[in-house]
Design a binder for this molecule. Sequence first.
Ligand code: 5GP
Ligand code: MN
Length: 341
Amino acid sequence: MQEIRLLQEKLANPSKIVITTHDKPDADALGSSLGMANYLLKLGHEVTVITPSVYPEFLHWMKGNDQVKIFTEEKPEDCEAWVNAADIIFALDFSVLSRINELGEMVRSAKGFKVNVDHHLDPEDFSDFQYWSTEAAATCELCYELIVALGDEALIDKDIAECLYAGIMTDTGGFRHPNTTKNVHEVVAKLIEKGADNSRVSKNIYDKNSLNRLRFLGYALSENLKVMPEYRVAYFAITEEELAKYESKTGDTEGLVNYALSIEGITLAGLFKESDGKVKISLRSIGDFPANEIAGRFFNGGGHKNAAGGRVELSLDETIKLFKSILPEYASQLEEESRKI
Ligand code: 5GP
Ligand code: MN
């Protein structure tokens, strides 16, 4: 980790700042982006948040949401102009520029000072300042620590605290995953002290379902969920047609894969979702089973040990066939992890 003074000096005078985060932003991505945006605005900077794509409505309550520029809804040349004009670019919650689609090459060639705050493995060398730790449960946890390290803890208000709380809450699976460390609890305690209303945040994120979303969940649990007890694996395979039937929106399938993982004795759970002729894969695992290894080796992706994802340009049937074909190699590991619980 570099000297924090380097970043303090960069932030000493009002600057033009662009903040960006990964494709299909989740609560950690948007929470860290808007948490930092609200903080940097307080320091007197001019801040533009650009997301590569749309994000679910259950994140729209965050302060500053109405100012966010969504790349796919703007002119690419405007986005490029904002990125090029930035004195400082914050890249939050992703470690490789390919995670921000076309914005990636714009950020790479931009002249601004680049700051990468992230908790994913194997960071690409594109930034001038890294605040990076795979020990952190969430980028929002690192953003809290970064603001404190910059000497600005006193600037964290209710709005900033709620954005950051949201990302930590969701990236720890509601404080249930093994990444829920003592430090996580200490940081969220501070955020509550700063005014975060934890009950309001969790209501906004977890309990704002549309009826269609719940009906779809019922359908998917009864029709799409497959269990392979011999491998300790459970998965959902969902077609585009099924998603359309329930008017599924961005974010509506978030969390679905956890139902497969919640089955007793399951070590690895998958969600295979057809989208634009491709298949998006979400994997979740328990214990030491490396979901990210499966995502990296077979599905052009990566992620964390217990939560990973990727995508393939295959049909849904072919993807499931591929998934099933890799299980024998992992059979003993899948079995072993389920026995540890
Ligand atoms: P999700 O299943 O929620 O889409 O993604 C879970 C985690 O897997 C993310 O936090 C991210 O670390 C990783 N991930 C998801 N999709 C991709 C992908 O296409 N490429 C890489 N490298 N990681 C991914
Ligand atoms: Mn994250």
